[in-house]
Structure formats: structure tokens, C-alpha cells
Ligand binder design. Structure first.
Ligand code: NAP
Length: 306
């Protein structure tokens, strides 16, 4: 794989940025990668583990002269970071982001993008429940999707170059409209996270009644919820605050289905339950056939990194 950009700047050095760095290095996709994180502690860690060719002490220093600037901070912080670096962006450079919500990021970031600088929002559909500069690994994006969400007037060449970067990092790339993205992600990621948070919260309340039994006898269903519910609180707070409408729409539908299942249990309607579970089982098969998960027993525990 050959170099796609001379200089890439990663602003924010957590799971997503650090995985990008290792994946960029693995394939030689950039000449130099600079990085910046707001806390001295994260910058120190980055220097210690060799994360980025050059760790800078300000976002402006990292972004200055870069051909691609990637905003890798929580969704709620994107606008402020864009405002901070705007005046040092090189003409012809591209600004992109990795935020889990797209409409809000576009509204917050686009007004700060100077004339002559391209803005191509993106969202890699890959992650783990771990965060921080030491959580990343080069394989995170392998065989995962990255959605590019070009804004009106996005330069096709800038979009094509960003696509080449993500493909070089191992991802499949698709393009999508921002509102559609936010609705799809509300179904596939945001609502499921909220449900996991809720279930773990309920079990935690119950734990006070049953002592440590919830932990001790933790079965597969609950354990999988706890993994999802261990995800970064700042990131997920921002996701729900900024993808409000789509998430509430999906949660409304979820509640209706839940009531229907509740009624089936109460009235002993086994046929309804059986038919419902048969339909949902087919979805799992579809995900495995699409290569988006392993069919190993117990979700391949012990085989998956991180
Ligand atoms: P992370 O590991 O928690 O790292 C976040 C980084 O952003 C850290 O370097 C942190 O700096 C910095 N940061 C936090 N709050 C900030 C603020 N108010 N101003 C400036 N910098 C701030 O997060 P991540 O998982 O890499 O997520 C980064 C972005 O990727 C988010 O927008 C998220 O929605 C998106 N995303 C995440 C996943 C996932 O599964 N994790 C998947 C796809 C997309 P310090 O270290 O100095 O605190």
C-alpha cells in the first residue's frame, strides 16, 4: 500500500485515533503523523508508547501544515476543536472526523472550515469498550465498515483520498447521507447501548437485594450487556445528547415491541414468542454471513483481541 497523505494530524488520542495511527503505520499510508490530546497525561503516555511520530503540545501545532486533520474527540467537543485549529489549516487540506453522530458534527464543525479547506465527515463502525491511548491496535478496522458522509459540495477528490486511507487501514467504505446515518446508527448502535446500560443498571439495583449473586452467577446474556455498558461514559453521553430525535424514535418503537412481548408472556401466547425469536435468530445468521461477527460459541471469547 502506498502513501496517501504526506502529513496526518490526529486530534484526540484515544481508542479510535491510536488504532488509526497503528493501522496507518502498518500500511505506510502517511509520511508523518502528528498527534495532540488535551491532557498532559495522555500526551505523556503517547510519547512513552511511540504513538504518533510527533506528539504536540497544542491542537494548532499538530494541525499546522497537515494534509489531513482527523478530529478524534467526543462528539460534543468537535466544534470547539475545529474553531481552535481553523486559522492554521493549510489550503487544500482535508478535515475529517470519526464521531458516532453525523448531523450534529456537521452543524458544529462546518462553520469553522475556512474557504479552500475540504470537510469530509466519517464514522468507522468499529470499537471496543476500552478507551484511551493504550487501547488502540492496528487491526481494529480490518473488515469493518467506515461510512463517509460528504457534505454538500464536498470535493470528490478529497472524498476519494479519504476513502483510500480507510481502505488502506483495512476497512470497507460506503457513503451515506448524515440523517440516514444517524437513524441507522440509532438502530444498530445507540439504542442497543442504552438498553444495555439500563439492564445493567437494573441488575445493579437488584444486586443490593441479592448480594453478589448477579456477579457470581453472571450468565451469557447479562455478561454481554455489561461489556457494552462498560463503554466510555463521556462518549455515550454525547451520542445521546446529539442524536436525540433518532434515538427517541427507535426507543419508542422498542417500547411498543417490549409491551407486545410482555403481553404475550402474560397471556401465555407461546406462538407469538416463538415466531418473534425465530425472526430475530435469522438476523444473527445474516450478520455472521456478512462477516461482521464470529459464530464461535460464546461470541468467540478468548479469541478476540481487547
Ligand atoms: P477515547 O478513547 O475516550 O478518547 C477521546 C480523546 O478525546 C482523548 O484523547 C481525550 O483527551 C479527548 N477529549 C475528551 N474530551 C475532550 C474535550 N472536551 N476536548 C478535547 N479533547 C477531548 O474516545 P474514542 O473511543 O477514541 O472516541 C473518539 C471519537 O470516536 C468519539 O467522537 C466517538 O463518538 C467516536 N467513535 C468511537 C467508537 C468507539 O467504539 N469507541 C467507535 C466509532 C467512533 P484526554 O485523553 O486528554 O482526556
Amino acid at each position: 500500500m502506498s502513501q496517501v497523505y504526506d502529513r496526518v494530524a490526529l486530534i484526540g488520542l484515544g481508542l479510535i485515533a491510536s488504532s488509526m495511527f497503528w493501522a496507518i503505520k502498518r500500511a505506510g499510508l502517511a509520511g508523518e503523523v502528528t498527534g495532540y490530546a488535551r491532557s498532559a497525561e495522555t500526551r505523556e503516555t503517547a510519547r512513552r508508547i511511540g504513538l504518533c511520530d510527533r506528539v504536540c503540545d497544542s491542537a494548532r501545532e499538530a494541525a499546522e501544515g497537515a494534509d489531513l486533520v482527523v478530529l478524534c474527540v467526543p462528539v460534543g467537543a468537535m466544534g470547539a476543536v475545529a474553531a481552535e485549529i481553523a486559522s492554521v489549516l493549510k489550503p487544500g487540506a482535508t478535515v475529517t472526523d470519526v464521531g458516532s453522530v453525523k448531523r450534529h458534527v456537521i452543524t458544529a464543525v462546518q462553520p469553522h472550515i475556512p474557504q479552500g479547506v475540504h470537510f469530509v465527515p466519517a464514522h468507522p463502525l468499529a470499537g471496543t469498550e476500552h478507551s484511551g491511548p493504550e487501547a488502540g491496535f492496528a487491526e481494529l478496522y480490518d473488515n469493518r465498515w467506515c461510512l463517509l458522509v460528504p457534505v454538500e459540495g464536498s470535493d470528490p477528490q478529497a472524498v476519494a483520498r479519504l476513502r483510500a486511507l480507510w481502505e488502506g487501514m483495512g476497512a470497507h467504505v460506503d457513503e451515506m447521507d448524515a440523517d440516514h446515518h444517524d437513524l441507522v446508527l440509532a438502530v444498530t448502535s445507540h439504542a442497543p447501548h442504552l438498553i444495555a446500560y439500563t439492564m445493567v443498571g437494573v441488575a445493579d439495583d437488584l444486586r443490593r437485594v441479592t448480594d453478589s449473586e448477579v456477579i457470581k452467577y453472571s450468565a451469557a446474556g447479562f455478561r454481554d450487556f455489561t461489556r457494552i455498558a462498560a463503554s466510555d461514559p463521556t462518549m455515550w453521553r454525547d451520542v445521546f445528547l446529539t442524536n436525540k430525535d433518532a434515538t427517541l424514535e427507535i426507543l419508542g418503537r422498542f417500547t411498543e415491541e417490549l409491551f407486545a412481548l410482555q403481553r404475550a408472556i402474560r397471556t401465555g401466547d407461546g406462538e407469538h414468542l416463538f415466531d418473534y425469536f425465530t425472526r430475530t435468530r435469522a438476523i444473527r445468521r445474516g450478520i455472521i454471513e456478512a462477516g461482521q461477527d464470529t459464530d464461535a460459541p460464546d461470541f468467540g471469547r478468548g479469541q478476540v483481541k481487547a
